[in-house]
Design a protein around this ligand. Structure first.
Ligand SMILES: C[S@@+](CC[C@H](N)C(=O)[O-])C[C@H]1O[C@@H](n2cnc3c(N)ncnc32)[C@H](O)[C@@H]1O
Length: 272
């Protein structure tokens, strides 16, 4: 089929919290406790969640890490609204961007970020801010999807999309984002002058009860793949849907069992 649109990339959309939850927020909620277990930090810390979105990581910190405080920053008002609804008084959630965090130097003990680093226009500036607000000896840490190798729900999507429209291959997050690889994450943390840098893989099952349950979240338009799906005219979206239904490993009971891996990275803030 001939591509019916130019190769331009629809903007990554982060506006409406509810469809985001259905698409990826719910899976981030499963990674967050594993990430915190890997960090294994003590109780009583001042935590900051950068790009907190609908609150997946902030909520896991509030409920599992016995924090002294949880502060979240997020540019999208729609996402913040969802996060505030979920977290109430358990976190202070503010509008803000990674590149200019409105906090004093060394005012946090652990500054973390879930699924955000690849979306920052200037990752180095974001990491610099995360380090600046974190006290010496404190932790800066993040996780991102392993888009290139083991984020199956998205890999199927982009492989099917690229077969129908070769221009879509360049939109695949596994191609777009260098920071979805452990070596690149480690290098970015070292360049931010973090010490004792370590990376690990965190894997979760992403099981859909039916093909409809897999496909529907792409119609919410939040995030790169759903934004692409919704940029297509209806007949091309239908062709993509059909191609996905044909290629996904549907089991006898109609369910589809996929796997998602996140790479988690951590570092210690040096003495200043
Ligand atoms: C994939 S979502 C992750 C949200 C949440 N942390 C989670 O784990 O579900 C990416 C998030 O990055 C946020 N974001 C985009 N640009 C940002 C920036 N410059 N600074 C901070 N957050 C940003 C988006 O608004 C969105 O909430």
């Amino acid at each position: 089929m001939r591509p019916a649109h130019p190769a331009s990339r629809p903007p990554d959309s982060w506006e409406r919290g509810s469809p985001y939850e259905q698409y990826v927020g719910r899976w981030s909620r499963q990674v967050a406790p594993a990430f915190l277990a890997w960090l294994d930090l003590p109780a009583g810390l001042r935590w900051v969640d950068v790009g907190c979105g609908t609150g997946a990581l902030a909520e896991a910190i509030a409920s599992g890490s016995a924090p002294r405080s949880v502060t979240g920053f997020e540019p999208s008002e729609g996402f913040l609204e969802q996060a505030r609804e979920r977290l109430g008084a358990r976190a202070q959630l503010h509008r803000g961007s990674a590149e200019a965090l409105p906090l004093p130097d060394a005012s946090a003990d652990a500054t973390v970020s879930g699924l955000v680093l690849n979306f920052l226009p200037d990752v180095a500036a974001g990491l610099r801010e995360m380090v600046r607000i974190t006290a010496a000896g404190g932790t800066v840490a993040a996780y991102v999807w392993d888009y290139a190798q083991r984020m199956e729900l998205m890999q199927h999507f982009w492989e099917a999309a690229a077969r129908l429209d070769p221009a879509a291959a360049a939109l695949d997050e596994g191609v777009r984002f260098p920071l979805c690889r452990p070596q690149a994450l480690e290098a970015a943390f070292r360049q931010a002058h973090l010490q004792e840098v370590g990376v690990t893989g965190l894997e979760i099952p992403t099981v859909f009860e039916s093909f409809a349950a897999y496909w529907k979240p792409f119609l919410g338009g939040q995030g790169p793949a759903p934004a692409y799906a919704m940029s297509l005219p209806p007949e091309r979206r239908q062709a993509l849907r059909d191609a996905l239904e044909a290629r996904l490993p549907v089991q006898a009971d109609g369910s589809i069992a996929l796997v998602a891996r996140a790479w988690a990275v951590r570092g210690r803030v040096p003495a200043r």
